[in-house]
Design a protein around this ligand. Sequence first.
Ligand code: BG6
Length: 369
Amino acid sequence: EKGGYDYFMLKEIAEQPRAVADTLLGRIDANGRLTLDEIRLSDDELREIDKIIIVACGTAYHAGLVAKYAIEHWTRIPCEVELASEFRYRDPILDRDTLVIAISQSGETMDTLMAVRHAREQRSRVLAICNVNGSTIPRESDAVLYTHAGPEVGVAATKTFLTQLVACYLVGLYLAQVRGTMFGDEIRAIIAQLADMPDKVEKVLDTIEPVRELARSLADAKAVLFLGRHVGYPVALEGALKLKELAYMHAEAFAAGELKHGPIALIEQDLPVVVVVPPRRGRSVLHDKILSNIQEIRARGAKTIVITEEGDETVAPYADTLIYVPAAPTLLQPLVATVPLQVFACELALARGHDVDRPRNLAKSVTVE
Ligand code: BG6
């Protein structure tokens, strides 16, 4: 059942190209338009929305953080992201025109379910993004968009994260299509780029061996830091979470711009720091700023591990290890940039002798608050 792999997690990482493709399947018509009638919210209802709040936990929360950038950019609807466990306790402002998006792989996470119930009590519409058919959260929501990752056995989420990203992109683009906030051609172009992502994820996996070697060489590290900005920040958070969950290592992620406001004090000789670099096209200002961050931490002795797009030579002089991923539009980059971080955490955990399918103290779905 592990399909020749020693661990489910390794199998599930390898399944990601298919999981991404399956989550797109049947949702794009012959004219390159999105068909998401399955979410059961009428166009009128979707036009009335004036605020979006995403609620989720763990890895699903990181998918939500990426979604905020995409949804606000494409739809101009204000979008907040909140840890489900915090949501109802702060008396959030909700009404009929608020769309609450609950992201949950299992559909059974109690914190997320309680957030859904609270939102519905306040008459908000709730859309679930979920991987398990007929689970509690989609049953209690107004609408659901299923991710088609297939069953995920490894406790640490991998392929479901990538499919949650895809589902969020689809929701954002669908809202833009219905509300007319983007030109049809623009939407079609992004959909075409999304359709290319399974091959790009495959390419990351085909060239992943150096990441494994790197991970093994860092098995005795005390801590690892992760830096990113824009959608690379949630990718950094996810990389740090994977390392905590699997390798039981101290791992922290920072928005690179925040480095100078405190975390730079942590940089010391030989500390491994993983940096996710945004593409040069589009957001070149961010690219250049993160380049200076890399120089700053390297000058203070950090071991820089840099993830950047193919063809970006500018970072090479400051990278102790350079990991190239296929070029993708900025908003879609998390689909490729996350994969090396999953493999990094998995391999490092294995090198430290841990069972990556069943990390200590964790459960696949947490059904208590
Ligand atoms: C945690 C799992 O407890 O729940 C994480 O260990 C997961 O891997 C989180 O991301 C949220 O789970 P779900 O099923 O709501 O996406």
